[in-house]
Design a protein around this ligand. Sequence first.
Ligand code: ATP
Ligand code: MG
Length: 366
Amino acid sequence: MENPFRPSFGRTPPQLLDRTDLLGEFAYGLSIRSGVLGLLTIITGARGIGKTVMLNEAEDLAREQGWAVISETSTSGFLARIADSMRVLNDELGAGPPTRRITAFVAAGFGVTTQLPPERQVEFRTLGEQLLRRLNEKKTGLLVTLDEIQDANRDELLQLAAVIQHFVRDGLPIGFVCAGLPSAVSDLLNEGVATFLRRADKIDLHPVHVAEVEDSYISLFSTAGFTLTREIASKAAAATTGYPFLVQLVGYFLWREAEQGAGIVTEAAAGQAISAALQRNIRLVVGPAIAHASRRDMDYLRAMAVDEGVSGTADIARRMEAKLTLAANYRARLIDAGLIESAGHGEVRFSIPGLREHLRSTPPQG
Ligand SMILES: Nc1ncnc2c1ncn2[C@@H]1O[C@H](COP(=O)(O)OP(=O)(O)OP(=O)(O)O)[C@@H](O)[C@H]1O
Ligand SMILES: [Mg+2]
């Protein structure tokens, strides 16, 4: 049996842990097809927590109901790409050649501009309406997903929101599910960029239960006829701290140990698998996450790493010898970058597992 673990971003894991019923509202929305809560959903959570995987799940649910799906990420030009995908879908559904108008709107460099001039917006809307009416006749609809919305250009998002809101108001079968880092999403909502998204169903993803990780390891290893004791599975699961990306990494390396150890995972082998996984996590997640942090941001993080659990913001400011107001700026930047999160009033904690340990084991650069 091939290694079932997927330590790779955006890849669906062999067992999706601890996410039962989260998309229940959305699935219900698909059956009603318009004007319901779950059809607008925002998924938030730290890096590597499983947001993209949840978008994939939502897309699968929609396809199972015969819906058309447009899946986009928020790099510049997403609005035009969505519009163009709609045009392709519309052409597929409609008999005969595409209308001149739509052809013109593609030829006019639609794929390169980020914002649409007003007349293009009207075309986008008309095109979308036609597509949605066609889908409605077939008793299905259109799901648009947008990943990494923290990176979305505000103007593009505003235009997309306006169009979707228009479809929703007309009772057309449109679903919109997006995902992004928590702080950025709450900023988006507060800025009023997408007012209608305030009414969306919000799913905030957390680490999975360690007990579920343990059970999942036991069941996956036993399907392959491998021997993994409860004790070792429990230790390995604890090492993941329930962080989905680490769940995949640890599982993946344990599996390799089992293959090399004639189907038996010894305690020593498990130790090696865990340390290989933690190292890989540093290289793939922690390293890139702090790559763009400034020297003062790093000072802030190092001042936090002194603590075991949460850190008091006043303590951090004192340790880094900065004024409270200045320290608050670094704090806000680090929260936006998804490196740390608020842990209640005046307290912060790391949002990425392994970051604290990494900071402790690497000296500041001169
Ligand atoms: N519920 C889950 N149970 C087990 N593994 C999971 C679960 N959700 C996600 N994973 C695994 O975790 C890893 C990260 O998932 P994903 O790429 O969806 O995270 P993300 O939140 O989109 O991260 P980023 O913010 O960096 O884009 C993948 O290897 C995936 O297979
Ligand atoms: Mg992702």
